[in-house]
Design a protein. Sequence first.
Length: 263
Amino acid sequence: MNRPFVLAAAIVAWCAVLAATRVPPQDDAFTVASYNIRHGRGMDGVVDLHRTGEAIARLGADVVALQEVDRNVERSGRVDEPRVLGEQLSMSHAFGAFMPYQGGEYGMAIVSRLPIRRSQALRLPDGNEPRVALLAELELPSGARVLVVNVHFDWVGNDTLRYAQVKALGAVLDTVRLPVILLGDFNDQPASRTLQHWQPRFRVAAKPESDRFTFSSTEPKQEIDHILLAPARAWGEATVRVITDPITSDHRPIVAQLRLLKP
């Protein structure tokens, strides 16, 4: 028999075996959380960032969006809180500053076990205080990328300024083609226009009806911290928990197990 023909036949057979045994692409499953940490100041009035880090670790999340984070601010001991928490948790971090404050900066952070490929603080219209949204592009184990967007919208009762921030961010996210996780302290309830604005493109990762309130941590009566996913068709059903912790902060953290569906 002709040897080149034998070799070609063997290669064809080998490729057929590989095709038959190739593992199909898998969905990406991972866990995210959102936590307003009040710069590490607990309900006992003590700033204890190590305690905050331990509370974050107990969430078991791969990615955590943190609100009310200080960097080198006097009230929290001039500590670089994003860096210290990242080191304590063995996670990478990104920080977005709202404004200068007491010799440092006050803003928000993302800590992540997944690689942060790039991040950006997007300036939003001012509210009672200056505000940004913190955007971070993360790489999942499959190589797929998602955009995590951490928000802390204006807190005053009149939602005019808050809704202006929502619309400005929405206009930017309408141009994004990556799957998006929008999470944080929205300072508004599910029926508000702050939340309704995102539908139908975004789907709310629903909390259990029996345990959905996130503020305050000692007397939970308001559902103002949320996780939203877009596009809705890209995500499997999310499992969401609200964590009871009446000491570490004035908010309760929320945790969601997510599944990004394979294309």
